[in-house]
Design a protein around this ligand. Structure first.
Ligand code: GLU
Length: 446
């Protein structure tokens, strides 16, 4: 429920962003947790800080023309939402997926502001992308698309201004083409203008693994707070991209067993535990579908009907995309003995799913906290670039683990302080909000 004092704020947001459902969902979720904050600190209401936080500082929408391998011209739409720079340069990924539109990029940018604040590192929030579908495109086509995208975007970027990275559909290959074009146009080797670079040219160790590893570190802390561990737990990780693969890797290292993962065509059930080498080969080297995994592994079955969440598991990690886990899925999971849900993707659980987990007493780690490891390691990449240094894997992983522990502890302390003990959603939203709002107030608002 939204507090009486904040209802008009929410109505205002909705009426100013018609048809942006995901943005409404993301802002609503935050407003639902801010009641106790404005009760304690009416100065935030007087300063209209929440309205200000929900309005991006700048929104850039641009045309991205490119030619495919047959010479046919395509026109896509590019976005960059520079949401909030109170804590540092705008920071957040680029998503290339046909579903990308203004509402999606705004919801992602809004969440990013809070997530980045929670890391405790000097990064503001932003997000971008395009409605380009990389599926089935050749390397050359992806390269031309990235070059055209950056030909417009470069003028808005800079290591002190706006620092993009990857997200769905944007990995090291795309970051290479984007950075190459930025360098070509500006004549500057400005490493810290983009993160997620290859370790061969300015990238950080552990960046590729960071979002997945970070989510598992967060889960480990959540269970530890209940005197429990991941060791021996049966898990499901949805998705099979970068986040999912490295969540599975860390879960296996910590003694858990992942029995299922998915892609947009369906899911695989592998009761013996996912063979990670095979999964990496299929998804990252061959760029194939999960059907290819099932064909090469006798213990696995591939399912195109139903949901991966119909399988029983103790700890689950939705790591695919927004709203992939519905209220119905949440009921199934709770009924089948699930004890914890940890969001690796951004907003993967619908609002009613979160409510069902809360009522059933299932521990819930929200994305803003649980998947902050990726962007946190991007900030570590920026630190290394600024000092022209590169750190070793073990040292960097250790930094990431400490950041995740800190985020976890901040969420718990803040939740307790604001009357919602063990509620990580309140903890993450309120702690992130306070950090950004206080910086905005300090700088003077108008
Ligand atoms: N796209 C990632 C996220 O959702 C990472 C952003 C970054 O590294 O800047 O947080």
């Amino acid at each position: 429920m939204i507090d009486e004092k904040l209802k008009s704020v929410y109505h205002d947001i909705v009426s100013r962003s018609a048809a942006q459902e995901e943005f409404h969902q993301a802002t609503r979720e935050v407003l639902e947790t801010l009641g106790p904050v404005v009760a304690k600190h009416p100065e935030y209401l007087h300063a209209r800080i929440i309205q200000m936080l929900a309005e991006p500082e700048r929104q850039i929408i641009f045309r991205v023309p490119w030619a495919d391998d047959t010479g046919q011209v395509h026109i896509n739409r590019g976005f960059r939402i520079e949401f909030n720079s109170a804590l540092g340069p705008y920071k957040g990924g680029l998503r290339f997926h046909p579903s990308v539109n203004l509402g999606i990029v705004k919801f992602l940018g809004f969440e990013q502001v809070f997530k980045n604040a929670l890391t405790g590192l000097p990064i503001g929030g932003g997000k971008g992308g395009a409605d380009f579908d990389p599926k089935g495109r050749s390397d050359a086509e992806v390269m031309r698309f990235c070059q055209s995208f950056m030909t417009e975007l470069y003028r808005h970027l800079g290591e002190y201004t706006d620092v993009p990275a990857g997200d769905i559909g944007v990995g090291t290959r795309e970051i290479g083409y984007l950075f190459g074009q930025y360098k070509r146009i500006t004549n500057r080797y400005e490493s810290a203008v983009i993160t997620g670079k290859s370790t061969e040219w300015g990238g950080s160790q552990v960046r590729t693994e960071a979002t997945g590893y970070g989510a598992v570190f967060f889960a480990k802390e959540m269970l530890a707070a209940q005197r429990n561990t991941l060791d021996g737990k049966e898990c499901i990780v949805s998705g099979s991209g970068n986040v999912a693969i490295y969540a599975i890797e860390k879960l296996h290292q910590l003694g858990a067993r992942v029995i299922a993962c998915s892609d947009s065509d369906g899911y695989i059930h592998d009761p013996d535990g996912i063979d990670l080498d095979l999964l990496k080969q299929v998804k990252t080297v061959d760029r194939q579908r999960l059907t290819a995994y099932a064909e090469q592994r006798s213990s696995a079955t591939h399912h195109t009907l139903g949901s991966v969440w119909s399988l029983p598991a103790e700890v689950v990690f939705p790591c695919a995309t927004q709203n992939e886990l519905s209220g119905k899925d949440a009921l199934n999971l709770a009924k089948n003995g699930c004890i914890a849900v940890v969001e690796g993707a951004n907003m993967p659980c619908t609002a009613d799913a979160v409510e069902i987990f809360r009522e059933a007493g299932v521990l819930f780690g929200p994305a803003k906290a649980a998947n902050a490891g990726g962007v946190a390691t991007s900030a570590l990449e920026m630190q290394q670039n600024a000092s022209r240094d590169s750190w070793e894997f073990g040292y960097t992983e250790d930094r990431l683990a400490k950041i995740m522990t800190n985020i976890h502890d901040t969420c718990l302390t803040t939740a307790a302080e604001y009357g919602r003990p063990d509620d990580y959603v309140t903890g993450a939203n309120v702690a992130g909000f306070l950090r950004v709002a206080d910086a905005m107030m300090a700088f003077g608002l108008v």
